[in-house]
Design a protein around this ligand. Structure first.
Ligand SMILES: [Zn+2]
Length: 395
């Protein structure tokens, strides 16, 4: 009671935050309108940005390519001058009066006429009635210098669709989910996949693991993958000393049909790691054919929790979303993670020793035949987005 009285006497100062609203039911011509109630800005001009590059990726994404018609308004609804500075940034004049930003965003999966390098596992997909894959770097921007305040995101969802993510909603009902992240870096850590539910959960030691699957051909289901991952994660738990490094984890799998008309290079698939989830973009096939690949890849993404998501250099910890600043440590982030992903399997009897050795031999052969094997990984790492991009596969 005393707490309530105390609160009532405080001035009603709203916490400074970003308040985003999206309505997935309001998709028009494959485009969503994003509405942002902006945080208070005292400067007379401000820059609104979409990320150029995101952690865990070594390509220039330029998410601004998919954003159109950026508008800013004051409290009276009067439009403020907006000038696009480059592919990812917009200058807003009169930002000390700004209360709203509104823009259009198209999804990346089936973008037409846009040349881009975004990996599918960190791209966006709007497929009404089927799947909305929301990787927030492709949807939600930020004001320069205003990264460390909460981002609230309200999403109106289509009937029957369910949000798969490791981010616990602030509130949820049949029509709307509300999420909140304490800052921009955290917001970008959580992909959210809306689908008609095909999900399974497994408890592995201290960790509740969600597996969510979108597979249009229904050839593979969440329960199958959860079965495979249960054994692997229990091995990982033992490997890491008895406790998994997260209490919640979500594996989000998007399977595309063979020959899907997507904007990515043919055959490109993969996954991207986040601290408590990972997002996969793979071609659908019968479950048994997919099994080994999925287990290896999921193991790899999971072990990324150790590095770079926990152990990393300053370039990763203080990530620059506006330009590519690469560290020297790809050998650690990708090399050690990949080794661990396989070593855990042989150490706890999921694969026989010979298979482990065969996999290593294969990697060594591939490294020598397809790449410049004398190039130091530290050098490859600093040039991974430009000079040495073609050598990235070696790590
Ligand atoms: Zn990796």
């Amino acid at each position: 009671l005393s707490c309530g009285v105390l609160l009532a006497t405080l001035p009603a100062a709203a916490q400074n935050s970003y308040r985003y609203a999206l309505d997935l039911n309001a998709l028009r011509n494959d485009v969503l309108t994003v509405d942002l109630q902006t945080p208070k800005v005292s400067a007379a001009s401000a820059t609104f940005s979409m990320p150029k590059i995101i952690p865990g990726t070594y390509i220039i994404a330029d998410y601004g390519k998919f954003i159109h018609d950026v508008q800013a308004f004051d409290a009276a609804g009067k439009a403020l001058p907006v000038k696009q500075l480059n592919v990812n940034q917009w200058r807003i004049s009169g930002s000390n009066r700004m209360t709203r930003i509104r823009y259009q965003v198209e999804d990346i999966f089936d973008a037409v006429g846009v040349k881009h390098q975004v990996y599918p596992m960190c791209a966006t997909n709007f497929e009404p009635g089927k799947n909305f894959s929301l990787n927030f770097p492709g949807l939600l921007g930020y004001l320069e210098g205003v990264r460390n305040i909460p981002f609230d995101v309200q999403i109106a969802k289509p009937e029957g669709m369910w949000a798969s993510t490791s981010l616990e909603p602030v509130s949820t009902d049949a029509k709307t989910d509300r999420f909140s992240a304490p800052n921009l870096d955290e917001l970008y850590n959580y992909p959210v996949m809306y689908t008609l539910p095909d999900t399974a959960t497994v408890q592995v030691g201290n960790c509740q693991v969600l597996v969510s699957v979108y597979a249009p051909g229904k050839q593979v289901h969440a329960a199958q993958i959860a079965g495979w991952m249960g054994d692997l994660l229990d091995a990982a738990r033992q490997y890491l000393g008895g406790r998994l490094p997260a209490d919640r984890y979500a594996f989000l799998y998007y399977f595309h049909e063979k020959g899907a008309k997507h904007s990515f290079p043919p055959g490109l698939g993969g996954a991207l790691e986040h601290p408590t989830s990972s997002f996969y973009y793979l071609q659908e096939a019968p479950a048994e054919q997919l099994k080994d690949g999925i287990v290896d890849m999921s193991s790899h993404e999971f072990f990324h929790i150790i590095t770079p998501l926990t152990i990393s250099s300053r370039e990763v910890k203080e990530f620059n979303f506006d330009k590519a600043v690469m560290s020297r440590h790809l050998w650690l982030y990708e090399g050690v993670t990949e080794y661990t992903a396989h070593h855990v399997q042989v150490k706890y009897g999921l694969i026989p020793p010979q298979q482990f050795l065969d996999r290593l031999a294969q990697k060594i052969t591939y490294s020598r035949s397809a790449f410049i094997d004398t190039l130091a990984f530290t050098e490859l790492s600093t040039g991974a987005t430009d000079k040495w991009a073609a050598q990235y596969g070696n790590v």
